[in-house]
Design a protein around this ligand. Structure first.
Ligand SMILES: [Zn+2]
Length: 430
């Protein structure tokens, strides 16, 4: 149980625990410390689970000399290093370099690709000859060079299996999506990925509300029980203003809804990343252009000058100019019916006539033209009429390919059930 718990902890934690454990063992068994310190370590005090206040002056050298008791030497590759230089530093001979670099077997050429910061582990026998060298070349792969005779080495690449474990997180938004994500234990990357998955349906900059919820299943990756990285989001649900959106990852790496429609659509809900926007939601938000006499027909995103502004969809730049009302502005035509407009830009990154992709940066947010503060004024037009991008009917997203349907729905059913189960468990534990 304890070992299991330890294994699931992040690596730095386990290293700290290991160091502490060794430290405590040294305290118990060693007499290298001062008499004053040993007063605190009488056996009557040593009960499991009790933390002792210890005030010791131990140099890291003393600690290291106790910790390193192995014959394995670890070498960090320096800038400009090669095997010959490393062997020279280890007082190995030129013939050792020759025999090792001519090892028979797979992967020996990896030694030519060593990069600064890589590590080599070498084990020596009592004569100072190399028993083996281990060179991790990726999370999964290690080049292993083994001595057969003193003048003959063999090499092989060991591949370690990556194990994915499923984790769940869920939250209710009270102040901002970012805060709720952090509180739920999600990393910055996972929070951004979640917003990216739902970014065609939900405007994370403007339309997140208190009471919105999310529920996500994602992978953590392990090798030999040791955490190495985060994996993918497998499935997620986001409830925005009472409307539920569900996304499930397919084996092709794309996300589809529970009805099998692509999460990717012709238009992003917001032309600006939510993390730049000053407040994710605020009913009393200052409206920088409320005092305009003309009716306001767009959405205003308040964010710092210089924030990247992206095209909501694939299209062609039909205007990229400046006037004293709009400041720097860009208009983009998408097919025959749709147009998006971006006003008050600090800089324009596109020219009239240019084609742009969805998500491509077209300029940066500014305060040019008739404005009282820095913001993006964004308009969405259908057949020349201003529409609310949230409520306007848009082309339906592409469904999953017919040949993939059976596989997708079988997996989606399982993942959605897991999400629902987790929701029940979390609610029950409140
Ligand atoms: Zn506006």
């Amino acid at each position: 149980m304890v070992a299991q718990t330890l294994r699931t902890l992040p690596k730095p934690h386990r290293i700290s625990i290991a160091v502490l454990t060794v430290f405590v063992l040294i305290l118990i068994t060693s007499s290298i410390f001062s008499a004053d310190a040993s007063k605190h370590t009488t056996s009557s005090l040593l009960e499991p689970g009790v933390v002792y206040p210890v005030n010791l002056q131990v140099t890291s050298q003393q600690l290291n000399s106790k910790l390193i008791q192995t014959d394995i030497t670890e070498v960090t590759v320096r800038s400009g290093d090669n095997l010959a230089k490393i062997f020279q530093r280890l007082n190995l001979s030129a013939s050792d370099t020759y025999y090792v670099s001519n090892a028979t077997g797979e992967g020996i050429q990896q030694l030519l690709k060593m990069r600064p910061g890589d590590t080599l582990q070498l084990e020596f026998d009592t004569r100072g000859k190399i028993n083996f060298i281990r060179y991790p070349i990726s999370f999964q792969e290690t080049l292993v060079i083994t001595r057969q005779t003193d003048s003959d080495y063999s090499s092989t690449i060991e591949t370690q299996e990556v194990e994915a474990r499923l984790f769940f997180a869920q939250g209710t938004i009270t102040s901002s999506f970012w805060h709720a994500g952090v509180k739920a234990g999600l990393s910055d990357n996972k929070i951004m990925e979640l917003a990216d998955i739902f970014g065609w349906d939900i405007d994370f900059a403007m339309e997140i509300r208190s009471g919105d919820t999310f529920n996500v299943a994602y992978e953590q990756l392990y090798i030999n029980g040791e955490w190495i990285d985060e994996g993918n989001i497998v499935a997620a649900e986001f409830v925005n203003q009472g409307e539920s959106f569900i996304a499930v990852r397919h084996s092709d790496g794309s996300y589809y809804s529970d009805t099998g429609r692509s999460m990717k659509k012709s238009f992003l809900r917001a032309p600006v990343n939510f993390r730049y926007v000053s407040s994710n939601f605020n009913p009393k938000r200052f409206h920088p252009v409320q005092k305009r006499i003309k009716p306001h027909r767009g959405v205003d995103y308040v964010a710092p000058v210089g924030t990247p502004i992206v095209s909501a969809g694939k299209g062609r730049v039909v205007e990229a100019g400046y006037n004293r009302f709009n400041g720097n502005y860009v208009f983009i035509q998408h097919g025959d019916r749709y147009m998006t407009k971006y006003l008050h830009l600090n800089t324009k990154k596109v020219k009239k006539g240019q084609t742009v992709n969805q998500g491509q940066t077209i300029g940066t947010l500014g305060r040019t033209g008739m404005v009282t503060g820095a913001h993006l004024h964004y308009e969405f037009l259908v057949d020349g009429v201003h529409r609310n991008p949230r409520t306007v009917k848009l082309p339906k997203a592409a469904p999953i390919d017919a040949s993939q349907k059976a596989e997708f729905f079988a997996n989606a059913k399982l993942q959605i059930e897991r999400l629902a189960n987790n929701k029940r468990i979390m609610l029950a534990s409140l």
